[in-house]
Design a protein around this ligand. Structure first.
Ligand code: SAM
Length: 236
């Protein structure tokens, strides 16, 4: 049995009771980084064998599948948030399913859901691109395609590249494009910045150093006449 276990994205109190129960009862914990996971386990006084799961190594994927096929119960965790969401895990889930292993996916922290919920933008539908390719041409194409779906577009970005990404958004979609920046979610310095992309570039450029973890949400411009716009999410 393979449990997919989300872990906090910045505040250890965001672990769920069920995540703790599963981590406690699993035979082994498969981790993106065993040292990072050890900090979490120690905080909750859990002593468990951990094994590094390296998605880029076929041998590592095979080894983890073999553990599962042997009848052991494993919990898969990444460094933060939900495994498989811009994180390792999907190959293991795929291979484990092919080998007949039962999967259970626990709900829990994920930066994309957390940022969207607090963004205060319309509709429930969105397009999630995670980390974009490094090549500006490819990244711009993906942004334009996703924006063309007429729903907000959500991106993950590092502090080192966030300004470059905002500049690319401005160049691709226009400097008036509304953007919400969710920085350091659930942490002491949680911060929300909302405005036109050109304004947000100014705000971040004025800082001596851009730090923290970022989710960017590219919104639609305000709708003048509701009927002019297709309803992006007919469920709401
Ligand atoms: N699997 C994770 C999830 O479910 O959100 C995402 C892992 S991905 C490697 C890490 C990226 O998620 C960061 O670069 C950032 O874009 C976003 N992220 C993670 N924690 C965050 C936080 N506390 N505040 C804002 N963004 C965060």
């Amino acid at each position: 049995m393979l449990y997919i276990v989300p872990t906090p994205i910045g505040n250890l109190q965001d672990i769920t009771l069920r995540a703790l129960e599963v981590l406690k009862s699993a035979d082994v914990i498969l981790c993106e980084d065993t040292r990072r996971t050890q900090i979490l386990l120690s905080h909750f006084a859990l002593a468990k064998p951990t094994i590094r799961y390296n998605e880029n190594e076929d041998r590592s994927v095979r080894r983890c599948v073999e553990i599962l096929v042997s009848g052991k119960t494993a919990a898969l965790v990444s460094d933060c948030g939900t495994p498989c969401i811009s994180d390792p895990g999907w190959k293991l889930v795929k291979e484990a399913l092919a080998a007949g292993v039962k999967i259970s996916s626990l709900p829990g922290p994920s930066a994309v859901a957390c940022a969207l919920a607090g963004a205060g933008i319309t509709g429930g539908a969105f397009s999630f691109l995670g980390f974009l390719p490094r090549k500006p041409g490819k990244a711009a194409k993906l942004i334009a395609q996703a924006y063309g779906l007429n729903v907000p577009v959500v991106l993950y970005e590092s502090p080192y590249r966030v300004l470059k990404m905002l500049e690319l958004i401005s160049k691709t979609l226009g400097e008036d494009t509304p953007v919400v920046i969710a920085r350091e979610l659930s942490k002491v310095y949680e911060e929300w910045l909302r405005g036109r992309v050109s304004e947000l570039i100014q705000v971040l450029s004025a800082r001596p150093k851009v730090q923290g973890e970022f989710v960017l949400i590219i919104d639609r411009p305000a709708v003048k006449n509701q009927e002019e716009e297709d309803d992006p999410n007919p469920c709401f």
